[in-house]
Design a protein around this ligand. Sequence first.
Ligand SMILES: [Zn+2]
Ligand SMILES: [Zn+2]
Ligand SMILES: [Zn+2]
Ligand SMILES: [Zn+2]
Ligand SMILES: [Zn+2]
Ligand SMILES: [Zn+2]
Length: 481
Amino acid sequence: MSSKIETFTEEFLKNLNATITKNSSTWNVENIPQSFQDFVGLSAPYTLNFAESTDDSLFVGRGSRFFSAMTQYLENVGKNTILKIDFDDSLHNPVEEIRKRISLKNCEIENLAKTFTNHFFTRFTFRTQFRYLNESETVMGEIYVHDGEVVSGDLSGYRVVEGTLDSSSSSDSSQSSHSLNVSPDTLRPDHEIAIARVKELVISKTHEISEVLEKNLGEEESRIRIHYENLLGELGGDLQSRISKIKELELALRVADGVEADELRVKHERLQKNLVKIGDDDSRSRILKEQSFTLQDAKTKHSLTIDNKLMNTTIIYYPVYSCNLYLKGYDSKRFITLSYDPLLQKLGAINCEVCKNSVVDINLCSNGHITCEDCLDKCGECGKIHCKTCVSKSCSGCAKKLCKSCSFLCFGCSNYVCINHLRNDVVTGEQRCAMCLRACLRCHGLTEAKYFGEAIDGSKVCQKCLGGERRGEVLKDVFRE
Ligand SMILES: [Zn+2]
Ligand SMILES: [Zn+2]
Ligand SMILES: [Zn+2]
Ligand SMILES: [Zn+2]
Ligand SMILES: [Zn+2]
Ligand SMILES: [Zn+2]
């Protein structure tokens, strides 16, 4: 009973190209593809024990963990395995990562909510068999593909559990963002990438074997050719010697008589018969035919067969967090979304909204813009912290930098001014900058140059004063009547 299991185990492990070292009561097994280790749920190397279970060995018998892993693995050849990386929240807490990695200068996190979506990468386990002469060599390879690229995969250090593919027909809409939709179509590009990689990986081995085979074949072919040349040579050489032998006999027959002559005659007859056989073109072509067959056979024996088999496809999924942060500054608020990939340990970038560079030290402008230290500015009027975009104006009177709410547009000259350089036009009642207005010497009010006129006494006064003067004239005339 147990010997059957041992044979099965040995066959199985050899197929995986594992290294088995047999001890008196246990086997040490190394070089096991990760995909099978995942089935066992234990990291290799293994010490296998077919008789009993001990603290430092794995029992292999019907119903044992190792045995069912082997049968499961065989059942799954060519199928997909789904695994999930279970991240320890205390080690991979996205909120903690955000707090650790970014520094908030003039604002704080008022509210933070996290959600996640499942991302996945794929592992393809290949077995490549090289068959040539009477040899067979096996190479196992595991290729990880993530985001369309071959990556160096290593799951050690992660807690990997059996995963499930959520059915797409899930009626719960809140769950839908968490479901993993992997169809054969989704995997096809990854599969092609992996196959291309396997071909790359076996190419040097193929060259190595082919070179040896070619050299061997060359030697074998020249051996075959020499052999058949000898045969042909013998054919010709034999013919010559036999002809001269017959001639000798014919000469001897002339002088022989009696029994001796009878014997010579029989011999002559036999040689003559053989001569006909040897001289036959058939013999020659038969030898040549046999040679070409032997050469072809040698070629076939020296050909290399490469057999690639996809043993297992594993889809490994893991959560990528999306954190919604509500930042609160002194006088503004801002909502931002940051992603955190716990596998790559990568936090989504935050960029300065002025210079577009990624920032770690975050400032919030009074208008809610995310700003780096270099792109911060202050309004010369209200003193509030703004980003450079928000204090892009300056007063045409005093050159003070101004924020939007502290700058005023003069409709006379189209320049911006600060509150101190803003005046009221006494004639139109509109606001103008101080530079666009002139003072009336009579009322000391300000108005644009075009609103000045000549008073009765010849002085230049504003329209307002002129109007007053005219009204006075009219009244004087009325009283004179
Ligand atoms: Zn910046
Ligand atoms: Zn201001
Ligand atoms: Zn701003
Ligand atoms: Zn000013
Ligand atoms: Zn002006
Ligand atoms: Zn005036």
